[in-house]
Design a protein around this ligand. Structure first.
Ligand code: ADP
Ligand code: MG
Length: 380
């Protein structure tokens, strides 16, 4: 009896997951820096809805109502946010490629979500740490049936050039650019330094080295602003008793700030940076949208970022985007632009037609699970 409940429940779960598609979009709102004034967040629903208002013109506008897979308010903990991602970590261990993106304007909390608070405190550690920890945990639990190996790479994309963040710098030279970028065989950057890791602590040390090497420059918005995309990749290889091998990778991507050029009041090098960032972020949006719409042509080759992640975007791969929001009134414009980007890449709305068609099957399964549970309870 119990086995059947588990099995039917699983079937239901899989159908629901399948209907949701392989692209999930979440929104995270950070705590406000300005407690005195009213911010832009009007309402957060438990079902993933979000209503934004312009504090200068506070009437409700149906255009400013958004729906995501989930919305995390300012009090959400790192663990709560990670819980939604956890099933995908299991997928990585089962052989699926997964990309996790942090998107949003500078100062909206991207690095907080991925790495945790600056200074590397042990408390509130971010997605990178929690994900790696989980990979090693699952590996340990499966050690009797599967032997796993892990390797890490870390690169950044700055002005459409890829740099190796883990290369040794013994000669005092800059962290090298990488030219070879392929998309076959799963390893898109064969020339980027790759280190084996056997524990979360190992991986953390490489992450620290990579973070130190990130190009950081100042803009009018934030003097610690990251103007490059950073990509931490964990390559997983699993071997079972029969000798068959499974390969996959997990990409943890802290994207460059999405703020528009005018806002940053930039010229020269800063302007060039901003233009590269805008272009690559809109290419990423185009690729994810094309995948969600199941287009026959996916424009991977329009940016280094999508080119590099080609094998992990689309097909069987799974994608998660966290859209980060700064709740202060003066961020209203950027917040709307972030949420519109997130709405565009979200398959939730695009998937509604399919959801309706198949909902009778879901309902039937749900009823079956409930009645099996009742029957089981009667027996005990
Ligand atoms: P970004 O990487 O998008 O530029 P940061 O992650 O650096 O933004 O966040 C900006 C500031 O806000 C940092 O001081 C960070 O510690 C803080 N912060 C961001 N998100 C949160 C959060 N959810 N809880 C507490 N502090 C946060
Ligand atoms: Mg950052």
């Amino acid at each position: 009896g119990y086995q059947r409940v588990v099995k039917e429940n699983r079937k239901l779960y899989n159908i629901v997951q399948d209907l949701k598609g392989n692209i999930r979009v979440y929104c995270r709102i950070r705590p406000t820096f300005n407690a005195e004034s009213k911010g832009v967040v009007d309402f957060i629903g438990e079902d993933g809805s979000l209503v934004i208002v312009d504090p200068a013109k506070p009437q409700r506008d149906p255009e400013k109502v958004f729906n995501f897979n989930n919305v995390y308010g300012p009090t959400a903990t790192q663990e709560e946010v990670f819980k939604d991602v956890q099933p995908l970590i299991r997928s990585v261990m089962d052989g699926y490629n997964v990309c996790i993106f942090a998107y949003g304007q500078t100062g909206s909390g991207k690095t907080h979500t991925m790495c945790g608070p600056s200074g590397g405190s042990m408390k509130d550690r971010g997605m990178n740490y929690l994900a790696l920890n989980d990979l090693f945990h699952i590996s340990c639990k499966r050690k009797d049936v599967m032997g796993y190996d892990f390797h890490v790479q870390m690169v950044e994309i700055y002005n459409e050039q890829v740099r190796d963040l883990l290369a040794e710098d013994s000669s005092g030279t800059k962290y090298p650019f990488i030219r070879t970028c392929t998309s076959n065989g799963g390893l898109s950057l064969p020339d980027a330094t790759m280190y084996p890791v056997t524990s979360t602590g190992d991986a953390l040390n490489f992450m620290k080295l990579g973070e130190m090497n990130r190009v950081v420059s100042s803009t009018a918005l934030n003097n610690q602003s990251s103007r490059s995309h950073s990509i931490l990749t964990v390559h997983v290889q699993g071997k079972d008793k029969s000798g068959s091998i499974l390969r996959s990778c997990l990409h943890l991507v802290d994207l460059a700030g999405s703020e528009r050029v005018e806002r940053s009041e930039v010229t020269g090098d800063r302007l060039k940076e901003a233009q590269h960032i805008n272009k690559s972020l809109s290419c990423l949006g185009d690729v994810i949208t094309a995948l969600a719409q199941k287009n026959s042509h996916i424009p991977y080759r329009n940016s280094k970022l999508t080119q590099l992640l080609q094998d992990s975007l689309g097909g069987r791969a799974k994608t998660v985007m966290f859209a980060h929001v700064s709740p202060e009134a003066d961020s209203y414009g950027e917040t709307i632009s972030t949420l519109k980007f997130a709405r565009r890449v979200s398959s939730v709305e695009l998937g509604t037609a399919r959801l309706n068609k198949e909902s009778s099957e879901v309902r039937e399964l749900r009823e079956q699970v409930e009645s099996l549970k009742r029957a089981l309870a009667r027996k005990e």
